[in-house]
Design a protein around this ligand. Structure first.
Ligand code: HEC
Length: 454
């Protein structure tokens, strides 16, 4: 993806710092949402398929509520899914400027798959709504069946059948695309840590050989399970008062299942944190990697405790604590990865800022040249006919006259623009055909040259 390389310019030191902050913020938004979307879609599809098979209204209703609450709506999907991922891709493109490695292309493909999957997922979400509308219609027409004998019910049943198929298919496709996107994303961010082995990762086929990418993909899946469980608890019971029309049976059902999902995910987190820690290459290890790993383990421990409290005592007051500790844990995990990347990319970042400074300089000298105010050029073009530095020509030698201006460029320039009679040994100097800018440039040039600077 060479065009991405061309889009970015090397960043200066302060710009690099800003990029890192932006990258961490985007990841903090993106990872929890990605987890919620992967887990939400997966569990919704599973409960939907299974629920229809065993004809359980409870399961299907749960499937609908999950995708409603966790995927929220299309705008949120774009805002918290696509936009942060784009900005993550852009940040990596800048931080890996001119490094020959597949990471940025992988992230770019992750973004494309994300866009496709979002389309599927929200049409999956949508079919539930149409379905419940059709359901209402069927039951209404069912009530009046004996009174009016019309064909509508059959049509509706046909329609509902098609809809059910489309429904489960688009959910499944969305999930598959999302998993592909997630895999490319983890592969991209994982390979970025191997700065000593970038030459091994030049094309897509090679990423499948990266064991660390699989470990981190597993990590993402476990995060998704934990985030999803906590998010179901949070959005069903806590956020804005929770769901309203929950009867006792449904509410107990949700609490039990979501509690178990959250607990399973959270309990597995320490294992994958360790696994992912051991695949961090030496070039990326630093004290802060150890520190954030420690913090994330403590935070996950707290998380498990709060989830346990919710399950055990079915105490709803801990649900927001569960959600916040979940987000906090994800935050620490992001920081592990980013401090590792910062260490791995130190050398490259140095090269980038040096290059940026060079480019900056080049730009400056260019602006002087191109806008036509090169002092030396003005001198040879206009003044050299009558002036030399060391000998008398038509006018007096500069070595004698210029020092009397004591380095005052403005004063000399204004003389050049409007010469006045000075030395009786010479004829008057005609006003040269030049602009103010050129006069200033040539004045600067003369002063520099006479004082030996040039
Ligand atoms: C047609 C010939 C001619 C050209 C072209 C010309 N000069 Fe002169 N210049 C003179 C003469 C003659 C004098 C002496 C005038 C005097 O002393 O009154 C002079 C004097 C000067 C002095 C000395 C002023 C002082 O304080 O004693 C400077 C500085 C100078 N010129 C700069 C320039 C520059 C810069 C250019 C080109 C942009 C230029 N001149 C182009 C003829 C010329």
């Amino acid at each position: 993806m060479d065009f991405l390389e061309k889009l970015v310019i090397p960043a200066t030191t302060s710009h690099l710092y800003l990029l890192k902050v932006m990258l961490i913020l985007s990841l903090l938004i993106f990872i929890p949402f990605l987890g919620m979307l992967i887990g939400g879609t997966a569990f919704s599809v599973i409960f939907n398929t299974y629920g229809r098979k065993i004809k359980s209204v409870l399961f299907v209703r749960f499937a609908k509520d999950i995708i409603d609450k966790l995927a929220i709506n299309r705008f949120v999907g774009v805002g918290l899914g696509v936009v942060p991922l784009l900005s993550i891709t852009f940040c990596y493109a800048q931080l890996l400027y001119q490094v020959n490695v597949i990471c940025v292309s992988l992230l770019f493909m992750a973004t494309l798959f994300m866009i496709i999957s979002i389309n599927f997922i929200y049409s999956y979400q949508n079919t539930f709504q149409i379905e419940s509308l059709v359901g209402t219609l069927t039951s209404i027409s069912g009530i009046y069946k004996h009174e009016i004998d019309v064909k509508i019910p059959e049509d509706i049943i046909d329609y509902e059948f098609d809809l059910m198929n489309a429904n489960s298919n688009s959910g499944l496709y969305g999930l598959i695309m999302l998993l592909i996107s997630g895999f490319f994303f983890t592969a991209g961010t994982t390979i970025a840590l191997y700065s000593d082995r970038y030459q091994d990762f030049q094309n897509i086929a090679q990423i499948f050989l990266s064991g660390a990418s699989y470990v981190n993909f597993l990590f993402l899946l476990i995060i998704s399970v934990a985030v999803t469980g906590s998010a179901i608890l949070f959005f069903f019971f806590s956020w804005q008062g929770g769901l309203f029309n929950m009867d006792k049976e449904y509410s107990n059902f949700v609490k039990k299942i979501a509690g178990n999902i959250a607990f399973t995910g959270a309990a597995l987190l320490p294992i994958v944190i360790f696994m992912s820690f051991f695949v961090i290459p030496n070039v990326a290890l630093s004290g802060s990697v150890f520190m954030w790993t420690g913090f994330s383990l403590v935070s996950v421990l707290m998380l498990c405790n709060f989830i346990y409290a919710v399950i055990k005592n079915s105490d709803l007051k801990y649900i927001s604590a569960v959600f916040y500790f979940m987000i906090l844990s994800v935050g620490f995990i992001v920081l592990i990865n980013q401090s590792a990347f910062a260490t791995a990319s130190i050398k490259n970042l140095e090269t980038i800022s040096i290059k940026a400074d060079e480019l900056e300089k080049e730009k400056k000298s260019k602006t002087v040249n191109t806008s036509g105010v090169n002092g030396e050029e003005v001198y040879t073009r206009v003044c050299a006919a009558c002036h030399k530095f060391d000998t008398k020509l038509v006018g007096p030698p500069y070595d004698q006259t210029v020092p009397t201006y004591n380095g005052d460029v403005k004063k000399l320039a204004s003389y050049i623009m409007n010469p006045v009679k000075k030395n009786p040994d010479y004829p008057p100097m005609p006003a040269p055909p030049i602009k103010q800018k050129e006069a200033e440039a040539v004045a600067q040039y003369l002063i520099d040259k006479v004082s030996g600077k040039k």
